[in-house]
Ligand binder design. Structure first.
Ligand code: GZL
Length: 325
């Protein structure tokens, strides 16, 4: 009995020696990589899905570990995710705020925990200083301006004397909705031909875009000259509703959309819509660069806007390269 116990003890000691490295060189683990916590709004559009994919790809390329949580369009889920990132002591927190208000408390908790926060895609509204470090996202106001400028050119080309517009907006109180609406309205406001008949909330969702278009057609019918839609999903939802009427989209009704995902570019090529303003979802590389800068204690830019263009029936639409989202 004693002998077998002695042999077992020797075996345990030997294995301990092996594992503690005393019995030979054991690779010291590399410097642990950076850990980024990202709270994503949801999967409401091809844009959002493309944005998520790009962030995942960039994290892998940059060797940054990613904790990505999908909030399924719910602000409380985003707040809970940020609290989990804080508890997990991630190196950096990034998120795309579904709406602009309601973030002060959780971002104060991140600040007190000493974890820098990066805004991706959308902005927040706050009176407090220093809650976030950088915003990486489109200039939504300029997207609205580009949409308005296209419409003015189109009205000139067609010799329109009166232009009646219906607007299907994105999520109320979100940065893209507020700024796309303001940029467009400010651009057309000095043109006496332009009249916005009604703006209605489509929440950036395809089914809501269809519902909104049904209501607008029932209410205004052939009075509608233009549909200004804040994203492709709602545009793609609205199209079949127009096609149930005698009006031909892209001809009887000018249709202006934003995002420029592949599906919208395809219907632009078919002539069913007239203009798509680009809003790139590819923000991942910029985000990873900012993560490294923050961890190296470097200064970061307050705002990073990607460059964006307009695709429309003014160009050779067949030359548009595949969009990738
Ligand atoms: C824009 C982004 C918007 C897209 C929509 O950067 O916030 O949210 O335009 C998405 O497709 O739902």
């Amino acid at each position: 009995m004693l002998r077998s116990t002695a042999f077992r003890l020797i075996g345990i000691m030997l294995s301990l020696l092996l594992f503690t490295g005393c019995a030979g060189a054991v690779e010291e683990p590399d410097e642990p990589g950076l850990l980024l916590g990202f709270s994503q709004i949801g999967s409401e559009s091809a844009w959002r899905i493309g944005n998520t994919r790009d962030i995942e790809n960039s994290a892998e390329e940059y060797g940054i570990s990613l904790m990505l949580e999908n909030a399924n369009q719910n602000q409380e889920n985003q707040i809970d995710a940020i609290r989990r990132f804080i508890a997990y002591k991630v190196d950096v927190i990034a998120f795309s705020p579904i709406v602009e208000d309601g973030w002060d408390n959780v971002l104060m908790e991140a600040k007190e925990a000493g974890i820098p926060v990066v805004l991706v895609d959308r902005d927040i509204r706050t009176e407090k200083e220093g809650l976030t470090t950088c915003l990486i996202g489109a200039d939504f106001y300029n997207e609205g301006v580009m949409a308005g400028q296209y419409l003015i050119r189109k009205a000139d080309e067609l010799g329109l004397e009166e232009v009646n517009i219906v607007e299907i907006t994105g999520t109320q109180n979100s940065t893209p909705m507020e700024q796309r609406q303001a940029g467009f309205a400010d651009t057309i406001s000095s043109d006496p031909r332009m009249h916005i008949l009604e703006s209605i909330d489509g929440d950036f969702i395809k089914s809501r875009g269809a519902e909104c278009m049904r209501y607008l057609l029932e209410t205004y019918g052939e009075e509608i000259d233009v549909v200004y839609s804040h994203n492709d999903e709602m545009t793609l939802g609205a199209l079949p509703e127009i096609e149930k009427t005698s009006m031909i989209p892209g001809k009887d009704i000018i249709i202006i959309s934003i995002d420029a995902g592949q599906e919208a570019i395809d219907v632009l090529k078919d002539g069913r819509i007239n203009c798509v303003v680009e809003c790139t979802p590819n923000l991942g590389d910029e985000l990873m660069e900012i993560v490294f800068k923050l961890k190296n204690g470097e200064e970061v830019e307050a705002v990073i806007h990607p460059t964006e263009q307009v695709f429309s029936d003014e160009m050779d639409v067949n030359s548009i390269a595949p969009r990738g989202y």
